[in-house]
Design a protein around this ligand. Sequence first.
Ligand SMILES: Nc1ncnc2c1ncn2[C@@H]1O[C@H](COP(=O)(O)OP(=O)(O)OP(=O)(O)O)[C@@H](O)[C@H]1O
Length: 318
Amino acid sequence: MVYVEGEEKMTEIALQLQHVSKRFGKHQALDDVDLTINRGDIYGLIGENGAGKTTIMRLITGLSPLQKGTITLLGQTSGPKYRETLNRVGTIIEAPAFFPHLTVMQNLRLVAKQKGIVNPDEVDDTIELVGLSEKEKSKAQKLSLGQRQRLGLGIALLGKPDLLILDEPINGLDPEGIIEFRRLLKQLNQASQMTILISSHILTELYQVSTRFGFIHRGRLIKEIDKTSMDEANQSGLMVHVDNVDTTSQVLDRLRVGKFTVIDDKHVMIYNLVADAGLINRELLTAGVRVSEIERREGSLESYYTQLITDANKQEAN
Ligand SMILES: Nc1ncnc2c1ncn2[C@@H]1O[C@H](COP(=O)(O)OP(=O)(O)OP(=O)(O)O)[C@@H](O)[C@H]1O
């Protein structure tokens, strides 16, 4: 295993790309990508069409040969041991892979056999887990798009992988299906510390499920950030406009509102608000602070992403 020394605990790295580049003819699809996913992360990979997300996933899983750089997967770097380690990885890349003329149950049994799964209950449990019990006798070709995604997820989950790689897995799911899918990913992640790498165009959804993000732009990984740090950088919370930031700080401390920062002599930003805005207003007034405005600032993954891309484009232009 690979460990990084943290301040308080040792973090286990599940997957690491170092200086990974990939060319298709003259096209530089990936350019010196460094990416680190810790065990237990739900890592949201974000980028526009053609940015290189699928290419990264194909390189990790050996579907496409690595030309330059190093990939370390669950402690293995290359060669036969790396290929063996791929048995501990479940994937849906591009489209879920199954036999259309076989039923849900037959598809899963076939994959279970290929994976050497001996526990006969695992197929049944998986069907239930992905919500396909009513469709277990249906042929895969008769399934809706969302049901196919679930079947793909079921196939990926057989063998209880340590790492799940999902390329645009919520494409085709209806809103209810998306919510269920999110719940399932969180459950898998929390119950068994399953590490998940997921790409999606639906940023609001990716935001809700991910614990860490990687932003890829024209083949370069321009930013990696934890959700908590992104939220802070994104300034999501309440901006309080006041005439006295010292007294305001004392009041906020007393109210235990959570984390806040004095921005300047007129503004205090409260993050991750745990108190009611009305109460804060009243308490500040009682303490003699003039509050001219309490403004909710909604930082979003979209706004963060847009800003990153704008900065990256500016840098490229210079
Ligand atoms: N086999 C290939 N041959 C030639 N070019 C390729 C090949 N596979 C990918 N590319 C190119 O590499 C770039 C990255 O493609 P990739 O599929 O990784 O993007 P993506 O971020 O997954 O995009 P999308 O969100 O559209 O799926 C694109 O410009 C694509 O055209």
